[in-house]
Design a protein around this ligand. Structure first.
Ligand code: FES
Length: 141
């Protein structure tokens, strides 16, 4: 599975040696920046934690209703999950580097904190419950 590249913001947070050995190595010029790839898919409602990049934000498609979830992962089990849907009127968001863009009316959200960067949305993305079970990340309903 092809992994998304790290954002420029996050790439600055990790040592150059780690970036050279890790996630940035797979980035090509046409795939510059975080989130230009499609969301990762969580088959059977779960995704191995090892497939989610550390020190990055990644959209994951968990399937079912409201499938898109933004996973903001530090290192190891340190992660927070946010809804992948716009708080203005519920459109699915698209990730573009360190931001989530709404294709419906143009709102933008910070892909690390879920905060609104540009309206008409006024509320930040709500947190979503997830759990790690036997090394697999699952959405909790
Ligand atoms: S639904 Fe996202 S800006 Fe309106």
């Amino acid at each position: 599975m092809e992994r998304p590249c790290l954002s420029r913001r996050h790439a600055l947070l990790i040592p150059a040696t780690a970036a050279g050995l890790g996630g940035l190595a797979a980035c090509g010029p046409e795939d510059e920046g975080f989130g230009t790839a499609e969301p990762l898919r969580a088959d059977d409602g779960g995704i191995p934690l090892e497939e989610i990049p550390e020190d990055a934000s990644t959209l994951v498609n968990f399937g079912g209703q409201q499938p898109f979830v933004l996973i903001v992962r530090g290192t190891g089990d340190d992660l927070t999950a946010y809804s992948g849907y716009c708080t203005h009127n519920g459109c699915a968001l698209r990730q573009h580097e360190a931001e989530l863009d709404c294709p419906c009316h143009g709102s933008r959200f910070d892909a690390e904190t879920g905060e609104v960067l540009l309206g008409p949305a006024t509320r930040q993305l709500p947190e979503v419950k997830v759990a790690i079970e036997d090394g697999t990340l699952r959405r909790v309903r």
